[in-house]
Design a protein around this ligand. Structure first.
Ligand code: FAD
Length: 446
């Protein structure tokens, strides 16, 4: 039996079938391991972009997959928790076990060096294959040996022309740092699209055309089963850590005209700065078209777009491509209404926190009885008054208590907020994204 305590430095020579996914040889060896027929269970260490993509590939090879992630969510650099849980539910529905807030401690194998199990803080998981996908470190040895300056984040320091501290030496790709255009700070962001643009900028500079590389927005995307997940800029968590006065909006909806046969759902979360109205970041997930909206945001955010401007963008519309008012425009309008103080809401996480603390508030469901019958929230403080009769029945609600309203997507929730405020209620909010975006337990009757 062998235990390798440091997963980053694990010697793959001691135990077979532990791969770090940083070389094309790994892909070949993983294929050989799978084709041997001996791999029934695999553990992926790390719930980032690469870990998730590989998970899907293994499940398609009929291997039972467990993802072990140290932090409290999948794609922690891209998604806030409520968005990440929606993605996690989809992965679990596709047969993947996800263990978050759990750290891998080492590996166990037999005397022949065959991997048998992965040891984690929460127990031991049977595995004949383990993949370590815990992030990327720049290999800067060559640059260091040449005396080039290295940034605090461990990557080679370059200026806007991608020159290193020696102006005759340029650097680009995964080994350099970049300026984050939202934070105006140097960050490490190893992505393939950036490496390609760096290459062109460097080539132009070497050829005598002075050209700058402006910086990055952290635009990223992946596909896991039928779910796409894209992100740009700051998450809500990052924005708060950087002292922004944060406003967020979660808006679910079909990616094409709702009546179009191939329309699929997407969830958009926008993160905005209350002071300037600027979009600081976005997360978009779901089976629908994520990429084009993330890329629209990339162009807008490069120019410092505000929610107000985003809400007026002249976007291409025809039913096979988008709703007449694109989901992004709707999300920008919701964000702007919140910035203006017209719309008042709580995030799903804030509602859950109130429920966990057993706070005294009303969860007002304004959907029709038929909708409530098919899916509902399992909490004692839920009261159902359909929106259509709220003006007649509002007096059933206590004036003094906090009321949090929801419907399917929280459009009716917002209308109900306005109705109750008009009737004199002063502590009324809607739940962002409605029941369709609720990432926790629901009662579902098919
Ligand atoms: C599994 C996986 C999936 C990915 N998917 C995506 C994706 O979907 N989207 C995305 O944007 N990015 C993705 N990436 C990241 C993307 O691959 C990298 O950002 C990109 O390849 C970086 O390009 P590069 O030229 O800097 O480095 P590399 O592509 O790593 O190329 C560097 C090359 O330099 C060689 N080399 C190193 N040292 C020396 C030396 N001293 N002398 C000569 N040669 C040397 C290396 O062998 C290597 O061939 C993925 C990465 C991985 C591992």
């Amino acid at each position: 039996m062998v235990i390798c305590p440091n997963i980053l430095n694990v010697s793959t020579r001691k135990l077979k079938n532990i791969f770090k996914l940083n070389h094309p040889y790994d892909a070949n060896n993983i294929k050989i391991a799978i084709e041997s027929g001996k791999v029934k269970n695999a553990v992926i260490v790390g719930g980032g972009l690469i870990g998730l993509e590989v998970a899907e590939a293994l499940v398609k090879s009929e291997i039972k997959v467990t993802i072990v992630e140290m932090l409290d969510r999948l794609l922690p650099k891209m998604l806030d928790r409520e968005m990440s849980i929606l993605l996690m539910r989809n992965m679990e529905a596709n047969g993947i076990d996800v263990s978050v807030c759990n750290k891998v401690l080492g590996f166990e194998g037999d005397d022949q060096g065959n991997l048998q199990a992965v040891v984690t803080e929460k127990g031991t998981i049977d595995a004949q294959l383990a993949l370590i996908a815990v992030g990327v470190k720049p290999n800067t040895k060559l640059a260091e040996d040449a005396g080039l300056e290295i940034s605090e984040n461990g990557a080679i320091k370059v200026n806007e022309y991608l020159q290193t501290s020696n102006p005759d030496i340029y650097a680009g790709g995964d080994c350099i740092d970049n300026v984050n255009l939202v934070l105006n700070r140097r960050v490490y962001l190893p992505l393939g699209d950036l490496a390609n643009i760096h290459g062109r900028v460097i080539a132009n500079n070497i050829a005598g055309k002075r050209e700058k590389f402006p910086g990055v927005l952290g635009t990223s995307i992946c596909k896991v089963f039928d779910f796409n997940a894209g992100a740009i800029g700051l998450t809500e968590e990052m924005a708060r850590e950087n002292d922004y006065e944060v406003v967020t909006a979660v808006v679910p909806g079909p990616d094409k005209a709702h009546f179009y046969p191939t329309a699929k759902g997407i969830f958009i979360k926008l993160v905005g700065d209350k002071k300037t109205g600027k979009i600081l970041g976005a997360q978009i997930i779901g089976p629908g078209d994520v990429a084009k909206r993330i890329n629209m945001l990339s162009v807008g955010m490069f120019h410092g777009i505000t929610a107000q401007t985003l809400a007026k963008m002249d976007l291409a519309y025809a039913p096979p491509f988008a709703p007449a008012m694109d989901n992004l425009i709707t999300a920008a309008n919701v964000l702007q209404n919140k910035i203006d103080g017209i719309a008042k809401s709580l995030t799903a996480m804030e509602v859950k926190e109130r429920l966990d603390k057993k706070m005294d508030f009303i969860l007002l469901d304004v959907r029709s009885p038929k909708e409530v019958e098919s899916i509902s929230l399992p909490y004692e403080n839920v009261v159902n008054i359909p929106l259509g009769v709220l003006r007649d029945r509002y007096h059933e609600l206590p004036m003094g208590k906090e009321i949090v309203i929801f419907c399917k997507v929280s459009l009716r929730g917002y209308e109900a907020q306005k109705i109750l405020e008009e009737k004199g209620f002063t502590n009324v909010k809607f739940m962002d994204g409605g029941i369709i975006s609720w990432p926790f337990q629901c009662i579902v009757n098919n």
